[in-house]
Design a protein around this ligand. Structure first.
Ligand code: GDP
Ligand code: GDP
Length: 469
């Protein structure tokens, strides 16, 4: 009876919940992840049906996996009701939810309904487009992007394709190892957490800053790339993990190296006009996944288009930091007015990116281009920032006493404590009672306050809510 989890009691492990409508492949994914450990599958009393639960070691981390498949029949008598009831309790304790759709059948109303509900639960979600084997799979997976749960990960659980990526993405999204799972935090844990956060050094991962250039077709991305390469020293070489014909391009200014990612994607051009728009979004996804900082290039003569916003939201959802580049500034007539109009549009349409840095220049003539890399570095610095725990909690007490959270069902919801779980992007955890009912506008109040008080302009800010009993 050997166990690979000698020191970790089962209920201290992070919990990953697999959810989605029936038949999308949840059980198949569960089996892929749990493998032979399925022997540990347990019946959980209190649920009318068996709750399939197992343990897995994913990239060296022990996790608990709950499969919500099969629970559907037990619950109220509509499909939505069944899906929701079956998943509600599981999702409530989840450190990560794997939300699955069937890439072959496309997005159904049930998927949308479920995704909407899930978005409001405040749990980290990884969107999986399963049954995406072969070529059409990837295209269908793109559609899942519309669910607003971030970039979908295309896999084929049955054929084992993309399962390694899935594991990597899961581990990426788990709480840091030094953080106890959410439902197990005691008061003492929280104190320890706070102290350790304070002591933690601001360690930057080794290697150059990774930068992507994205934007709609004809915004001037290639021109900008060439301009940057022309002005800076360039080193090229094979880029590990990418297709053979893509190259790593390094910019080197006084402040150190910057690696441009996915320059090959930039050079790929779509042939037909119709697919061009789609291409630019899917190419952007690939590029920004590899990047830390993303330059979103706009053609300033055209203003802000819906697709620009779509790409910006994608950057936000992926937690990358973004610099907005207003290109073709040479061709803009009323500059003050144009800048203000674009800013206004961004601030109203992208509240999550308030304070986003904006640089205007002409990639063609080079005018104004010298501001770009310094702005990129500043944005990167903000994205990496850590707020000291002491200051954070003094601020939190002030915010909560100035504007206490509302009553829910006549009872006050208590917010006790906040800590920054990680940077890149800045991610905060609020502990309290019944935090699952904390209204969205109150969450916005906290996020906006964090942004202003601790000077975090432009970066995505994550706020996680944890109930501690
Ligand atoms: P659940 O109801 O969500 O748990 O779905 P299951 O795991 O039971 O899978 C439903 C059906 O989809 C089964 O017939 C599986 O064999 C099939 N399936 C699961 N994963 C894949 C896949 O990657 N590709 C294809 N083509 N079929 C799959
Ligand atoms: P991409 O599709 O985003 O890579 O865009 P390109 O770099 O191919 O540029 C599209 C068009 O815009 C080309 O005709 C460029 O010459 C033009 N362009 C790029 N940058 C500028 C600029 O700063 N000013 C002006 N006036 N035109 C530009």
């Amino acid at each position: 009876m050997s166990s690979s989890f000698p020191s970790a009691p089962v209920d201290a492990l992070p919990v990953v919940v697999i959810a989605g409508r029936p038949n999308v492949g949840k059980s198949t994914i569960f089996n892929r992840l749990v493998g032979r450990r399925q022997a540990l599958v347990a019946d959980t009393p209190g649920v009318t049906r068996d709750r399939k639960e197992g343990q897995a070691t994913v990239r060296g981390r022990a996790i608990r996996i709950i499969d919500t498949a099969g629970l559907e029949e037990a619950a109220p008598d509509t499909l939505y009701g069944r899906m929701r009831a079956s998943s509600e309790s599981a999702v409530a304790t989840a450190d990560l939810v794997l939300f699955c759709i069937d890439a072959r059948s496309g997005i159904t109303p049930a998927d949308e309904h479920f995704a909407n509900w899930l978005r409001r639960q405040g749990r980290p979600v990884l969107l999986i487009a399963n049954k995406a084997e072969g070529r059409q799979g990837a295209a269908a997976a793109m559609e899942a992007f519309s669910l607003g749960l971030g970039a979908p990960l295309a896999i084929s659980a049955e054929h084992g394709e993309g399962v390694a990526d899935l594991m990597a993405e899961i581990v990426d999204r788990l709480p840091p190892t030094d953080l106890p799972p959410v439902h197990k935090l005691t008061r003492r844990d929280r104190r320890v957490l706070a102290e350790s956060a304070e002591e933690e050094e601001d360690v930057r991962p080794p290697g150059p800053l990774r930068l992507a250039i994205v934007g709609r077709p004809n915004a001037g991305k290639s021109t900008l790339l060439n301009r940057l390469l022309g002005e800076e020293r360039m080193i090229t070489g094979p880029e590990p993990g990418l297709t053979r014909d893509s190259i790593a391009v390094m910019l080197n200014d006084d402040e150190g190296p910057i690696q441009l990612v996915d320059t090959a994607g930039l050079r790929r051009k779509a042939r037909i006009d119709e697919t061009l728009e789609k291409m630019s979004v899917s190419a952007s996804i690939e590029a920004l996944k590899m990047a830390e900082v993303v330059i979103l290039v706009l053609d300033a003569t055209l203003g802000v288009h819906e697709q620009d916003l779509q790409i910006a939201r994608l950057i936000e959802r992926e937690g990358r930091c973004c610099v907005l580049a207003l290109n073709k500034w040479d061709a803009v007539e009323d500059r003050a007015e144009t800048r203000q109009a674009i800013r206004d549009r961004i601030e109203t349409s992208l509240a999550q990116m308030r304070g986003i840095p904006v640089v205007s220049f002409s990639a063609m003539t080079g005018a104004g281009i010298n501001k770009l890399l310094p702005t990129v570095r500043r944005a990167y610095e903000v994205w990496n920032r850590r707020v000291p725990t002491g200051a954070l909690n003094r601020w939190f007490e002030m915010m909560v006493s100035r504007h206490p959270p509302p009553l829910v069902d006549g009872r006050r919801l208590k917010l006790r404590y906040i800590t920054q779980a990680k940077a890149r992007p800045p991610t905060f955890i609020v502990f309290g009672t019944r935090t699952d009912q904390l209204p969205e506008d109150y969450q916005r109040y906290l996020v906006n306050g964090l942004r202003e008080t601790f000077d975090l302009p432009g970066t995505p800010i994550r706020l996680l809510l944890r109930a501690s009993s």
